[in-house]
Design a binder for this molecule. Structure first.
Ligand code: ADP
Ligand code: ADP
Ligand code: ZN
Length: 213
């Protein structure tokens, strides 16, 4: 299984990536999670990423490409991988092609999560994320068993700094400008699969599982 999950912020990529990773035992590479963890720890990477993330801009290509390259070359990824939130620019997509050629592998499918903008805003505004393990919950659509507490690890659930309304609008704009062009990049290569992601979490998951293997 070698998958790319593509789609607007809040489309449900992280939620599905986690479920796929648990069901099939394949590692998930989420650039957003890696960057947030670095920010929490205050590492050089985190300090570099913070101002971009807080303002809803993309972190520079060379930074994220370096992160993903290192992960993909790790032996953990030999049996497959799920890329969640990468690539997000044409430069990143081209770099990924070079990296994969270099390690003699290729992309299996690119899943394009299609959700209308109104739903996206509802999903993001109700998202609560675990401070410790980054699992995503929703105040209406995906509630934790105990309010404010992560089911997976007991961590505290918080609203992400960049999930505030003004920043969300900026992120959606950046998505349209920088990431949307990847839809044609991958459809021209016959790798793109449309996912109707408007449905509830379990239905979307069933749909994805029916053709990813
Ligand atoms: P979402 O899926 O809700 O958009 P992510 O966790 O994927 O959120 O990304 C959060 C932020 O992290 C982005 O707005 C951006 O600043 C940064 N980021 C994550 N992945 C990338 C990437 N591939 N390229 C550049 N910036 C990224
Ligand atoms: P992304 O990684 O694409 O930014 P997430 O997986 O974090 O998206 O989902 C965004 C928010 O929407 C979270 O609060 C999540 O619990 C919720 N969510 C995810 N998938 C669905 C769905 N199919 N229906 C309703 N809410 C969803
Ligand atoms: Zn947790």
């Amino acid at each position: 299984m070698r998958l790319i999950l593509l789609g607007a912020p809040g489309a449900g990529k992280g939620t599905q990536a986690k479920k796929l990773s648990e069901k099939y035992g394949i590692p998930r590479i989420s650039t957003g999670d890696i960057l947030r963890e670095a920010m929490q720890k205050g590492t050089a990477l985190g300090l570099k990423a913070k101002s971009y993330m807080d303002s809803g801009q993309l972190v520079p290509d060379d930074v994220v490409i370096g992160i993903v390259e290192e992960k993909l070359k790790d032996k953990e990824c030999i049996k497959g991988w799920i890329l969640d939130g990468f690539p997000r620019t044409l430069q990143q997509a081209q770099a990924l092609d070079r990296i994969l050629t270099g390690i003699r592998t290729s992309i299996g499918h690119v899943l394009n999560f299609e959700v209308n903008e109104e739903k996206i805003i509802k999903r993001i505004s109700g998202r609560r994320s675990c401070e410790s393990c980054q699992s995503a919950y929703h105040i209406y659509f995906n509630r934790p068993q105990k309010d404010g507490v992560c089911d997976s690890c007991g961590g505290r659930l918080i609203q992400r700094n960049d999930d505030k309304e003004e920043t969300v609008r900026e992120r959606l704009k950046v998505y349209q400008e920088k990431t949307q062009p990847l839809v044609s990049y991958y459809s021209e290569r016959s790798l793109l699969k449309k996912i109707e992601a408007d449905d509830d979490i379990e239905n979307v998951f069933t749909r994805i599982c029916s053709f990813v293997l």
